[in-house]
Structures are given as structure tokens and as C-alpha cells.
Design a protein around this ligand. Structure first.
Ligand SMILES: [Zn+2]
Length: 409
């Protein structure tokens, strides 16, 4: 029997501590207003938004992870003694509140990216990069659980700033048109903010989305009055060719899907396709994508130089094992001359909670799980230990004193 200590984006009973990377639905499947399986760790912003998604959620279960701060947890080991781990949340730049998580303890060091974007030209990404390097300064990462949503060279999309400018240009080139932009219930706020700032306009959103915008501190840009603007952000699920066709019978309208769907190298905008008598040139797809493309993943893996990689997306039709493309950037494992490091933290450590949940049959396995496409990873604590790493690895030299066995999966 496998019993779990912690879970990431997975909500079944049996773990002692639960971590939520962000509030997109594919990461909260199983979470509900009545959920009561244990303490839930998340960023402050996610904690602020969570009751909006789950109105009756028991707020006493929420534990805030300060970005860039080590937090210590004490869990109950299978033998009944305390086992300790530390966790740091780092901004994942995916959607409001999203974080990646660094775990370290007797089991080694694990980095769980969740969904993330790592744009080289983005100042926020640079801050996350510095924070990550600071967190890992004396630590080898044994495994990265990597956002491999677009881990395929056939996907090619630009930084979000570039895509945002494409959308601005579409709007500017259609001055007589109404504009509708398909978005999700969370995310793309920076895009809308950019459009509003550049064009000096307000943007219509539906009432629930306006509440979210206000929770995020965005008060002046958005409105629910259609008379104030020709640009509307609408729920992606309501965005269809049929809807657009109907709108065009009333007023010339351009539809823009700010989509995270795959974007191939053959073109940036859908145009000129016929659907019955309706010309789909009024429908534009703009690659405002909140997950990494391959080059960004490559830079990320080269930066961290983990021992191994594992994709967090496992059942997508386009799933590709990250090791296939990125494995050459991983560190080279050495035979069993490991160093068992004690985690003497040099930064501030916040002790959030001592989780002493009774667990009758915990094994000595550390198990990290996530819901996104139903994958569970199991790592034996005896399988690898903390390792020293050479500072040279960040310069690409990667000399490491390493571990014996890899994770048991
Ligand atoms: Zn997401």
C-alpha cells in the first residue's frame, strides 16, 4: 500500500499536506467547497481568489506560502517520528497567483513547475530566475516535474508581449468593428491591461469576471457597460463561429481567441477559411500563451540542470516525454558517492504549520501527485538524497557529486 505525505494539485484523501499551484480547473479537479482532507498550501493571491471559486471553502485549512520564502513543515513519518521538509513558492508567471514549488528534505530536492512561462525578455521572469537560483544555490535538483504542455518543437509562438501587440494591431486596423476577445475565468489580465493602456479604452467583461478583476486590484480598466467600449472580453466557452456570425448580423464584429491552443509555424492568424457562407476571416486566433514553448523549457532546464525530468502532462494527445528533447541538458549522475546534506537554510524560513495528522499505515515513501492528466509520481525517500552541486553547473559545466539511484516511479 502506498500512502502519501504530500500532494500537488491532487485532492484525494491520504496525504498530510496539499499544495495548489494555481486555480485553473485542470488543477482543481477534486477540490470543492466541502473539501476537508487537510491543510492546503498556496500563494497569497490564490488564497484570495479561492473562495470566489469555492464559496463555502473552509478557510481555516488554507496556509499561505510567501513567495521566495522557505517554509518548514513537520509531517508524521511512517515510523511515527517527525519528518521535515521545506518548500518555497516562486512566481510561475502563468496566471494570477500561480507558483512553482521547490521541495527539499530527506527525500532530496524536487522542483514542481506547475504551468509556467519563462520569457527571456520578461522582467518578472528574471526575478523568478534569480529567486530560483537563490533557492537552489547549494542544492542539486533531483527531478523537475516540468510543464510539458508545449514540449514539442512543432509549436512555435512568440512572447506574450508580441502576441498582445498583434491583437492591438488587429483592433486598430478594424476601427469600425466591435471586438470580442475569448478568455478564461482567470488569466490574460496582462493582455487586457495592455490593450486598454495602449488604446486608452475600457474593456467590457462579464459581471463575475469584473469581481475577479476587482479582487486582483484592477478597478479602473474594466466595465460591465457595453456602451462604454467596443472591446469586450467574453468567456471562452461562449466564443464560437456561430456566435460571431450572429453578432455580425447586428454589427460588424471581429472575434479574437486569445488562445493557449497549439500554434504551428505555418501562420499566426486563421484567415480566409470558409464555413458555409460565412467567412471566418472575422475570427482571429492570437497566440497569447501562458505555458512555455520548447526554447523556454530548454533554457529553464539548462539553468537548473536537474538529475532528471518528468512531464506533468501525461495523457495529452501530443504528449512528449521531456527527457526526449531536454534530457541532454540534465546533469550526469555519478555513482554512489553521495553527500547527505543537512538543510541549513541561509535565508528566512517561515514555519507555517506542524502537520501531525495521524496516518496509520504510511510507508517511507514520499509521494508527489498532481491531477493534471492523472499522473502520480512516487519517489522513495531512500532512492536519492540531497546532493551538493557545483556552482559551475549554472555556467554549463555541471560537475556534480551525485546520488546513486534515481526515483522509483
Ligand atoms: Zn493553468
Amino acid at each position: 500500500m502506498v500512502s502519501r505525505l504530500i500532494s500537488v494539485d491532487r485532492w484525494a484523501a491520504g496525504s498530510q499536506a496539499y499544495f495548489l499551484t494555481h486555480l485553473h480547473s485542470d488543477h482543481t479537479n477534486g477540490l470543492s467547497s466541502s473539501w476537508a482532507n487537510g491543510p492546503l498550501f498556496c500563494s497569497r493571491l490564490t488564497a484570495k481568489l479561492l473562495p470566489f471559486k469555492f464559496p463555502e471553502f473552509n478557510l481555516s485549512l488554507i496556509r499561505i506560502l510567501q513567495i521566495g520564502t522557505w517554509h518548514s513543515l513537520s509531517l508524521l513519518s511512517p515510523s511515527g517520528s517527525n519528518t521535515h521538509l521545506q518548500v518555497m513558492a516562486i512566481d510561475a508567471l502563468h496566471c494570477p497567483g500561480s507558483v512553482m514549488l521547490v521541495f527539499r528534505g530527506d527525500f532530496g530536492c524536487l522542483l514542481y513547475t506547475g504551468d509556467f512561462r519563462w520569457e527571456a525578455t520578461c522582467e518578472k521572469a528574471m526575478r523568478s530566475r534569480d529567486m530560483l537560483l537563490g533557492a537552489l544555490k547549494d542544492q542539486m535538483v533531483d527531478i523537475i516535474h516540468l510543464d510539458n504542455t508545449y514540449c514539442n518543437p512543432s509549436y512555435d509562438f512568440p512572447p506574450r508581449q508580441v502576441a498582445a501587440n498583434q491583437i492591438v494591431n488587429i483592433i486598430l486596423s478594424h476601427p469600425e468593428h466591435e471586438i470580442i476577445i475569448g478568455i478564461d475565468t482567470l488569466g490574460k489580465e496582462d493582455l487586457l491591461h495592455h490593450i486598454a493602456r495602449v488604446l486608452k479604452i475600457k474593456i467590457w467583461v462579464w459581471p463575475e469576471r469584473l469581481r475577479t478583476m476587482h479582487l486582483l486590484g484592477l478597478h479602473d480598466i474594466f466595465t460591465t457597460k457595453t456602451s462604454l467600449t467596443r472591446v469586450r472580453a467574453v468567456p471562452r466557452y461562449s466564443f464560437s463561429i456561430e456566435t460571431l456570425e450572429a453578432l455580425n448580423k447586428v454589427h460588424p464584429t471581429i472575434g479574437i481567441m486569445a488562445s493557449g491552443l497549439p500554434w504551428l509555424k505555418t501562420g499566426l492568424l486563421t484567415r480566409g477559411t470558409r464555413s458555409g457562407s460565412f467567412r471566418i476571416s472575422r475570427s482571429k486566433r492570437a497566440p497569447v500563451i501562458a505555458n512555455c514553448e520548447v526554447q523556454e523549457l530548454t533554457e529553464f532546464v539548462k539553468l537548473v540542470r536537474p538529475n532528471s525530468l518528468k512531464g506533468i502532462v501525461s495523457s495529452s494527445s501530443c504528449y512528449i516525454e521531456p527527457m526526449y528533447y531536454l534530457g541532454r541538458h540534465c546533469g550526469i549522475k555519478q555513482p554512489a558517492k553521495q553527500l547527505h546534506t543537512k538543510h541549513t537554510s541561509k535565508g528566512s524560513i517561515e514555519r507555517v504549520v506542524a502537520v501531525n495528522t495521524k496516518a496509520s499505515s504510511l510507508s517511507d515513501e514520499f509521494v508527489e501527485s498532481e491531477t493534471k492528466r492523472q499522473k502520480t509520481l512516487k519517489v522513495k525517500s531512500s532512492g536519492f538524497r540531497s546532493t551538493k552541486f557545483s556552482a559551475l553547473r549554472r555556467m554549463g559545466h555541471g560537475a556534480k557529486i551525485s546520488e546513486n539511484d534515481g526515483p522509483d516511479q
